[in-house]
Ligand binder design. Sequence first.
Ligand code: DAH
Length: 341
Amino acid sequence: MTLQEFLDTARAIERDAIAAIQGASSTDALTAVRNAFVGRKSGRITDLMKALPSLPQEARREAGAEVNRVKTLAERALEERERGLAPAGDATEVDLTMPAREQWRGAKHPVTLVIDEIVEIFRQLGFTIALGPEAEHEWYNFGALNVPPDHPAMDMHDTLYLGDGALLRTHTSPVQVRTLQRWAPPVRVLIPGNVYRRDFFDPSHAPMFSQVEGLAIDEGVSFVDLKATLTHFAKRFFGAAKTRFRPSFFPFTEPSAEMDVECRLCGGVGCAACKGTGWMEILGSGMVHPRVLDAAGVDSETYTGWAFGMGPGRIALQRYGIPDIRILYDSDVRFLEQIAR
Ligand code: DAH
């Protein structure tokens, strides 16, 4: 092929390509035109480019520039035509009988919903939020809370130790001490957070779960204050449900009490969730032990106060009638979306 023949062929292809592109009336037709001219393996422009090496050396530069110009021009025209065709093409392809796609909306986890509600009730009583670390020092988790070294809770069996005196906190109570170290009384805080235990994984225990701790310290705070506040909370949260206090023991409180609410799943008759008792234990509480106040640097001669710790997971079981606490931590959206709001 001579240079002149090459240039003539290029111009002829250019004319044909423009005409074919303008004439394409659907995306399918346009695809066929694209293949006929700039198809990757063959096509009139592609083939012409492949013929370049057969030209005499001195002709290749001009010929190459020309075929490149034609190729660029054809590609631009193809793009433009495609844009022109797209809306019409799509409109004819819409199938109005297709079922609508459902939008999946994210939502709060039931335990988070319960924590939010608890926080709101106490916020109205003047409590603020405090947070502390999940990886905690042994001293904050046990020693400062008057837990003796031979206490069963310190057993390797119950606690996840991290080494060098660190552990995953087994309760939110260490944040009581951290809070009192930072702020002088009067203090009223609520402390939500995750805690860890090497518990059996059964219907009412999980190795990681949530707690909400409460702490109220001031001059002249008594057990009456504790009982009145927690009863008020139960009335607000559970409606008219009955509550009861049972004497209990915690190293960090004296005296100590646990609060039960009448089981909402069986109405107090007794079922699997309440182990047949008709009552659901929702929190541990008590007057903060003077040794805990002293460890936190608070004068236990001047100040008294109370604390509680509750399990929003357990409360969520009650609130939503869920029979197994493990469901809460499985993250199965088929379950979660039944409760989400
Ligand atoms: N920390 C206790 C636990 O995890 C719960 C608890 C009981 C917290 C009594 C308190 C309290 O603040 O006063 O089992």
